[in-house]
Each structure stands twice: as C-alpha cells, then as structure tokens.
Design a binder for this molecule. Structure first.
Ligand SMILES: *Cc1c(COP(=O)(O)O)cnc(C)c1O
Length: 239
C-alpha cells in the first residue's frame, strides 16, 4: 500500500472503532449508522483510495471543487452528498452528480432543485438543514432553517417533482443555547425527526455528527455521520 492509502486505512479503522463503540454504548446496530466521508479540499485521488477501502458515501460542500472531483470518479459506485450552502446558480451543476442534497434550507432552493432534477431526469434526495441556533423564521449563520421552518420546507419538497424528502441534517451550533451542548442539540434534532416521521415515515435520515462529536450524534440516534478531519486529516484551509 502507498503511504497515503496506509494512512487513510488507519484513520478509517479508528473512525470505524469509534462508530462501533458508540453504537454498542447506545444499544444500536452498527449497520443503522452510515459513514459519510467529507472529502472537501482533498483530491479525487483520495476519493479513489477511500473507495478501494470500502467507502461508498462521500460529501462535498463547494460545487467548484465537487463537480470536477465527481466527474473524475464517475466510474466508481459512490453516492455523493452535497452538504454546503447552495446558491441557486450552482443547482444545475450539483444535480448532475449529487444523490442527496443535505443543505436544503429555503423555498427558492426547492423550486430550483426541482426544476433542475426534472430537466436532468433525475430524482434527488433532499434533507432539510436545521439551524438550531436560529430563531423562528431566520436562517442559521452556517445555513439551515429555524426549527419552526422545517414543516413548510418538507411540504414543498413533498410537492416538488424530481425531489424526494429523505430527512433532516444539522451541524451542532457554535453559538446560542446549544453551544457546547452537542448531545442536547442532537436530542432536539431527534424530536424534530420524530415529528417529521409522524406524517412521512420514509423521511427517516438524520444526518448529524462530525469528527468531534460523532459519539453524541450516534447516542442521540443519528442515522448518518459526516466525517472529514478524522479520516483525511486537518484541512489545509477553511472549507
Ligand atoms: C466539513 C464538514 C463536515 C466534516 O467536518 P469534520 O469536523 O472535518 O469531520 C461535516 N459536515 C459539514 C456540513 C461540513 O461542512
């Protein structure tokens, strides 16, 4: 194995151990949690190595970086998740490779994604991104809709051709009442998910937890964790 492959294999094994231990501690089955590796700022060659090591879900947050990377890896059976703040002028490109857009946080984005998905003849999975640091009607600092805006967006996604409502996504807030209280934040997310699933049982994805807080997310009930740094290393620049 190359040095890089060795390194990524070691890091993956460590993350795998953490997820397994968190599942054990929570009395959950390991297969109920899906690892998504966030490959932003890292090259397509790393994505290829990760695929060789068994990774099947990757995430990106910027279309400019993601589009060429996805094209370079088009021969691999990977599912691409888009997790960044998304401008409507990038939607057409993103719909070309993303299986799931996890950062749906406004009505305009829903109509734009729907139009692009229909045109491309694709069905795109959507997660409503929740900002637990936003007051009602506001959006979060890092994107996301306030909890009381989830229902309206979910309804819009339900009604939008080409889109499929898969669930909810959040990033543990750095400010506000949940700052430093990841477990409480993720518990709140699970409450929102329970409410969503009451009328839409298929929308059962809960994407929460990153390198620093995956244990809290798994304990709360997250179905998908998004891990960057712990697998690929500290990013060279903010991404
Ligand atoms: C970068 C990023 C991650 C991964 O964060 P790490 O701390 O590197 O694991 C997860 N989710 C989103 C939305 C991100 O932008």
């Amino acid at each position: 194995m190359t040095d890089r492959k060795n390194q990524l294999a070691e890091n993956l094994a460590r993350v795998e151990e953490r997820i397994s231990a968190a599942c054990d501690a929570a009395g959950r089955k390991r297969e109920d949690v899906t690892l998504i590796v966030v490959t932003k700022t890292y090259p397509a060659s790393d994505v290829r190595i990760l695929h060789e090591l068994g990774v099947r879900h990757v995430a990106e947050n910027r279309d400019q970086d993601a589009a060429p990377k996805a094209a370079a890896c088009a021969d691999l059976d990977l599912r691409w998740h888009f997790v960044g703040q998304l401008q409507t002028n990038k939607v057409r490109s993103v719909v070309g490779y993303a299986d799931v857009v996890q950062s749906v946080d406004r009505l305009k984005l829903v109509s734009s994604l729907s139009a692009a998905a229909e045109k491309a003849g694709r069905e795109v999975g959507c997660l409503v991104q929740v900002a637990l640091d936003a007051e009602h009607g506001e959006r979060g600092e890092r994107g996301g809709v306030a909890p009381d805006g989830v229902e309206e967006l979910a309804g819009a996604i339900d009604a939008a051709p080409g889109l499929r409502l898969d669930g909810l996504m959040t990033v543990a807030p750095l400010a506000g009442p949940y700052a430093g209280r990841q477990r409480a934040a993720f518990d709140r997310m699970m409450d929102l998910s329970t409410a969503l699933r009451a009328t839409r049982p298929a929308a059962n994805m809960v994407s929460a937890g990153m390198s620093a807080d995956l244990e809290e997310a798994v304990a709360a009930g997250a179905t998908h964790v998004r891990i960057g740094t712990a697998v690929l290393g500290v990013r060279p620049r903010l991404g």
